[in-house]
Ligand binder design. Structure first.
Ligand code: GTP
Ligand code: MG
Length: 196
């Protein structure tokens, strides 16, 4: 049984995820870890890499968007189709953190609505010099995003740190949204005569 398959029950929902972040952030490596349960070397994504991760209860259709500048102009079209956004940040790339933040703000603005859950993966946590989570939360102004559902998780595609938890969070969001869906009104067959 696959790494993800162990997490969940039977497939009853398809969820579309847009995954973005700067080039070299670690997006494809996280997906590869989910598929194989281990770290594998990747090559830069040219355009978009589609992955279907079939869980028992949840089918994740992931659009892993190439982060190089030339591809970013095309992100918006994919983001429009997303139920969930994953934004990946290389926690060891401290020099580019402000650029990662600017891009994040732009991506959030391009989301089709405010109900889309946002998962930020502060990845490459296995490396020695990484930004603190508190700094990323501060820089990305996450505490002021009241109107959105935002979660940040430390991950590493080298060790698998946090990847289980991150997708557990996605699972919980999907299940909660499902519970909140309005139930069809039951047909009421009154046994009492209509008053008057
Ligand atoms: N040490 C360490 N290296 C990582 C980790 N995740 C990714 N890398 C390395 O970072 C580089 C980029 O990883 P990718 O997953 O290809 O990055 P990406 O975000 O998909 O990049 P684009 O496809 O260009 O947008 C590769 O050399 C990976 O091996 C991690 O958690 N730890
Ligand atoms: Mg990639």
């Amino acid at each position: 049984m696959g790494f993800l398959a162990r997490l969940f029950g039977k497939v009853d929902r398809k969820v579309t995820i847009a995954m973005c972040g700067l080039d070299n952030a670690g997006k494809t490596s996280i997906l590869t870890f989910l598929k194989k349960g281990d770290f594998s070397e990747t090559i830069a994504t040219m355009g978009v890499n589609y992955e279907i991760l079939q869980l028992e209860k949840l089918k994740l259709s992931v659009m892993d968007l190439g982060g190089q500048e030339v591809f970013r102009q095309f992100w918006s079209a994919y983001i429009q189709k997303a139920d969930i956004l994953i934004y990946v940040v290389d926690s060891s790339d401290i020099v580019r953190l402000p650029t990662a933040k600017d891009l994040f703000m732009k991506v959030v603005r391009s989301l089709p609505n405010e109900n889309i859950p946002i998962l930020i993966l502060a990845t490459k946590q296995d490396l020695p010099q990484v930004s603190s989570l508190a700094y990323i939360i501060h820089l990305f102004q996450l505490t002021s995003m009241f109107e959105r559902t935002v979660h940040i998780q430390r991950t590493s595609a080298r060790t698998g740190l946090g990847i289980y938890e991150a997708f557990q969070w996605i699972h919980d969001q999907v299940m909660q949204a499902k519970e909140k869906r309005p139930k069809r009104k039951p047909a009421v067959h009154s046994i009492f005569p209509h008053p008057g």
